[in-house]
Write a protein that binds this ligand. Structure first.
Ligand SMILES: C[S@@+](CC[C@H](N)C(=O)[O-])C[C@H]1O[C@@H](n2cnc3c(N)ncnc32)[C@H](O)[C@@H]1O
Length: 476
C-alpha cells in the first residue's frame, strides 16, 4: 500500500481551491459537504463553480491566489490547469504546512482525491494509488449500482441501538456476530425493504433472546478455487468476511488472503512436499480446539475441499466432536486450468468422460491402470503429478498407451504466472524438465489437448492471452 487511507475532519477548517474549472467545482462540492470553510480563487470561474457562489461556507476571491492566501489552510486543491498557478500553490502549501493535491500532477500531490460512494453516514473511498484512475471510477460505478441507497439510513437506524446492544451482549466476538446476524438477516432485510417498524420489532426480539448461540463455534470448509481471486464464489467471500480465524495452505494465494476480514487471525497450515508446516492431525486438532473455544473457524483450501483436499477427512473428525460444519465448494484445479489453458475437459469429438486421479498416495506413486484411464474417449486429469510426469508417461507407454497421446501440463493455472507445456507422452518428460515448472501443476492427458491451438491460446501466447483477459476483467 503506497498511501495511508484516512478520512480527515475538515469541519470549520480552511480549505483552498485554486481554479474555476469543472474539477474545481467537484472539489468545492466535496469540501462544502464535509463542512469545510472553502476559499476559491479565480478571476473568471466557470458556470459549475458559480453555482456554489452564495453558499455560506464559500468565499470566492475574484483574483489569482498569492502565497499569503494559503496561510492556515489544512488542505489545498489545485484545479486551474495552469502550470504556473500549480507551482505557486504547491510551494505555498509546503511553506504553510498544508496538504496539497493538484489534479493530474503527481509531483504536487501529498494525497489522492479518491472516487467516492456516499450513503450518508456511510462513505466508501476508492483509489488505485494513481496507477489507473479509470479503474477506480469504473469500480465506483459498480459499487454505486450494487449498494442500495437505504444502506446509509440503515446505518443511522442501527446506531440508535448501539448502547443497548453493548450493554446486553458482552464480549467483542459475540457482539460482532449479533450485529452481522442483524444486518445480513431479517432485520436488514426488513429495513431495506422499507419496513422500519418490523425491523425495530425484530431487534427487540433479538435483544430479548438468549445470546448463547452467539458463543458457539463452527467450522467452515471452504474452497478458494485454483488461485485467481475472481474465481472465488460469493459464498466463500462472504464467509471469509465473517470468520474469526482462517487456516489456509500454500495453494491459497495472497490475492485471496487479502479478502479475508482484516481482524481475523490467519494461520498458515500449508504443506510443501517434504516440508510440513503442520501435519494433518495437528491441523485437525487445531480446528477442533478453536471451534470448541467458540470461534468461527474457516478452513480455506485451494480448489475444492472435497477433491484431493482432505475435506472429507476433516469433516469426519470435526463432526465426530459435535461441532457444526458447513462445506462450500470451490472451482477445482481441473476446471480452472482447463478453462484458462483453452483445453475443454469434454468434447463430443474427443472425450465423453473425465477421470480425476492423484499421481501419488500415502506410499508414493500410485500404480494406475493407464490403458483403462487414458482410453480414446476419456480425458485424464492428474493432480499432484508434476514431479512424476516422466514416470507417469513412461508407465502409460509401457502398459500400451500410444507414445503420440497428447498431454499438457498447466503450471500455476488461472494465475498471472500461468505456463502451459504441451507435448506427447513420448516427449513430455523432457519438455517439462527444460521448462523448469515450479508448481502447483496439473496434468491433462487425452486428445482434448489438441483443442488448445484451435481456441487461439497456444504456446508463447498463453501468458499474453491471460493478461489480456485479466485486463479486460479489470476494465482496462
Ligand atoms: C492437494 S491437491 C488439491 C486440489 C484442490 N483441492 C482442487 O480441487 O483443485 C494439490 C494439487 O492440485 C493441483 N492444483 C491446484 N491448484 C493448481 C493450479 N492453480 N494450477 C495447477 N494445478 C493446481 C496440483 O496438481 C496440485 O499438486
Amino acid at each position: 500500500m503506497d498511501y495511508l487511507p484516512i478520512f480527515l475532519d475538515v469541519r470549520g477548517k480552511k480549505v483552498v481551491v485554486d481554479g474555476g474549472t469543472t474539477v474545481a467545482a467537484r472539489r468545492i462540492e466535496r469540501a462544502l459537504s464535509a463542512g469545510a470553510l472553502v476559499h476559491c480563487f479565480d478571476p473568471e470561474p466557470g458556470e459549475e463553480v458559480r453555482a456554489f457562489l452564495g453558499h455560506e461556507n464559500l468565499v470566492h476571491h475574484e483574483r489569482l491566489a498569492v502565497e499569503a492566501d494559503f496561510e492556515g489552510a489544512l488542505v489545498v486543491w489545485g484545479a486551474s490547469e495552469e502550470p504556473k498557478r500549480d507551482a505557486l500553490l504547491h510551494a505555498a502549501a509546503k511553506k504553510h504546512g498544508a496538504l496539497a493535491n493538484v489534479a493530474d500532477e503527481k509531483d504536487y500531490c501529498d494525497f489522492i482525491t479518491p472516487s467516492v460512494v456516499e450513503r450518508e453516514p456511510l462513505t466508501i473511498a476508492i483509489t488505485t494509488g494513481g496507477a489507473a484512475p479509470v479503474v477506480a471510477r469504473i469500480l465506483r460505478a459498480r459499487v454505486e449500482a450494487m449498494l442500495p441507497a437505504a444502506y446509509g439510513r440503515l446505518a443511522n437506524f442501527l446506531s440508535g441501538y448501539r448502547d443497548r446492544i453493548a450493554g446486553k451482549i458482552k464480549g467483542g466476538t459475540a457482539r460482532r456476530r449479533f450485529w452481522e446476524n442483524m444486518i445480513e438477516g431479517a432485520v436488514g432485510d426488513a429495513f431495506l425493504a422499507g419496513d422500519e417498524a418490523l425491523a425495530a420489532r425484530l431487534i427487540e426480539q433479538d435483544l430479548a433472546g438468549d445470546d448463547n448461540a452467539l458463543r458457539q463455534g463452527e467450522v467452515w470448509l471452504v474452497g478458494a478455487g485454483p488461485g485467481d481471486p475472481d474465481l472465488l464464489t460469493f459464498k466463500a467471500l462472504r464467509m471469509m468476511q465473517h470468520a474469526d480465524v482462517v487456516l489456509y495452505d500454500r495453494l491459497v494465494g495472497p490475492g485471496i488472503l487479502d479478502l479475508v476480514r482484516r481482524d481475523a487471525e490467519r494461520i498458515n497450515v500449508g504443506k510443501q512436499a517434504g516440508n510440513h508446516v503442520m501435519t494433518q492431525d495437528e491441523t485437525t486438532a487445531l480446528i477442533i480446539k478453536l471451534a470448541k473455544a467458540g470461534k468461527r473457524v474457516l478452513r480455506l483450501k485451494g480448489g475444492d475441499p472435497f477433491i484431493f483436499g482432505r475435506g472429507g477427512e476433516e469433516l469426519e473428525d470435526v463432526a465426530a466432536h459435535g461441532i457444526p460444519v458447513i462445506v462450500v465448494p470451490g472451482i477445482t484445479a481441473a476446471a480452472g486450468c482447463g478453462a484458462s489453458a483453452g483445453i475443454p475437459l469434454t468434447h463430443r469429438d474427443h472425450a465423453q468422460a473425465v477421470a480425476f486421479v492423484t499421481a501419488h498416495g500415502k506410499d508414493g506413486l500410485l500404480p494406475h491402470d493407464w490403458v483403462r484411464l487414458a482410453r480414446h474417449d476419456q480425458t485424464v486429469v492428474v493432480y499432484m503429478g508434476l514431479r512424476f510426469v516422466a514416470e507417469i508417461a513412461a508407465a502409460a507407454m509401457a502398459q500400451g498407451v500410444p507414445g503420440e497421446m497428447p498431454i499438457a501440463v498447466v503450471d500455476n493455472g488461472t494465475r498471472t504466472t500461468q505456463r502451459v507445456v504441451v507435448g506427447t507422452l513420448a516427449d513430455i518428460g523432457e519438455k517439462v524438465r527444460t521448462a523448469k515448472l515450479k508448481g502447483p501443476a496439473l496434468i491433462l492427458i487425452g486428445t482434448v489437448v489438441t483443442m488448445r491451438g484451435l481456441l487461439g491460446v497456444e504456446g508463447a501466447t498463453v501468458e499474453a492471452a491471460h493478461e489480456m483477459e485479466l485486463m479486460a476483467r479489470e476494465g482496462l
